[in-house]
Design a protein around this ligand. Structure first.
Ligand code: PMP
Length: 306
């Protein structure tokens, strides 16, 4: 990732990709206290556009507030910097990674003598789970790792350290021959994937876990609205793993994963064992919206050219 041409926005200026370095005593590297975002820009009709940029930046600021990290830039600066990172790297579509971290000004856990730094990188990144799995669906395993508790690391911040749990769960799922993990909360109810929110469909109704142990996903919010526009009811409720086994359809949502159908959980096929019809409709509308093909959803697109 580090040895390539390009520019990375770092603390207010564009620096050459290979020179966007930090010291080995960087505080966040040691303890994981940092916050970040994952944002996508699409090669949309009418020009490259970042999808729901303001919502991502709002969540970044909320994450920093939860973690008590002072933000050295305002939202407009970071929005402009994200557009610039895509534009100045000549990208038509991109995954954008803003990250807020403590520097190497000190090492104590008190973190009272530290500066907050911000980087924004952008690069090309295709379908997170592979193009084919967007049609076929993925195999998922219930994780032996419990998802975060509101009173341990909390759950509303997209925080660097939180992803140790995600990586352990994902690596376990892959070792078991699956593409992704489904993590349960500390009460044993479905929470989310390692980097996605979860939805299931039963008898034409869409269900998703409440947010007590899941990230407040922007794709989740988008899918809520799109599903309602398509005439479906979306209900937030506690979901058990065996309810998922006998669901008609299931899918994950995320900026990286977009709308990824789930074809199997714990070796049980979900519904027909492939992408379900309601999932397909939602996925198709989602791709229309992010690619600027829907007149009604243009407000979600931030054009990169200006
Ligand atoms: N849950 C987790 C743990 C995630 O990392 C992500 C990806 N940011 C999501 C859910 C989905 O969030 P979003 O739709 O905002 O990308």
């Amino acid at each position: 990732m580090s040895d390539r041409d390009g520019l990375i926005w770092k603390d207010g200026e564009m620096v050459p990709w290979r020179e966007a370095n930090t010291h080995v005593l960087t505080h966040t590297l040691h303890y994981g206290m940092g916050v970040f975002e994952g944002v996508r820009a699409y090669d949309a009709e009418g020009g490259t556009a970042i999808f729901r940029l303001e919502a991502h930046t709002d969540r970044l600021f909320n994450s920093a507030k939860i973690m008590n990290m002072p933000m050295p830039f305002d939202k407009e600066t970071l929005n402009a910097a994200q557009r610039a990172a895509v534009r100045e790297n000549g990208l038509k579509s991109a995954y954008i990674r803003p990250m807020v971290y403590y520097g190497s000004e000190g090492m104590g856990l008190r973190a009272d003598n530290l500066k907050t730094h911000v980087i924004i990188a952008a690069w090309e990144w295709g379908a997170y789970m592979g193009e084919e799995n967007l049609t076929k669906g993925i195999k998922v395993a219930t994780s032996s790792y419990t998802r975060h508790h509101p009173n341990i690391t909390m759950t509303k911040a997209k925080a660097n350290g939180a992803y140790m749990n995600s990586m352990l769960a994902l690596q376990e799922a892959i070792a078991h021959g699956c593409h992704e993990a489904l993590l349960l909360d500390s009460h044993g109810f479905v929470a989310e994937g390692s980097g996605e929110n979860f939805f299931m469909i039963k008898d034409g109704v869409i269900y998703t876990p409440d947010l007590s142990a899941a990230l407040d996903g922007i794709t989740r919010k988008t899918v809520f609205q799109l599903a309602k526009e398509l005439g479906y009811q979306v209900i937030e409720k506690r979901i058990t793993r065996d309810e998922v086994y006998i669901a008609d359809e299931a899918f994950f949502t995320g900026t990286a994963a977009e709308v990824t159908p789930i074809r199997e959980l714990d070796n049980r096929p979900i519904g027909s064992g492939t992408r379900g019809p309601i999932t397909e409709k939602i996925q198709a509308l989602y791709f229309d919206v992010v690619h600027g093909r829907s007149a009604a959803h243009q407000a979600w697109l931030s054009r990169v050219a200006h």
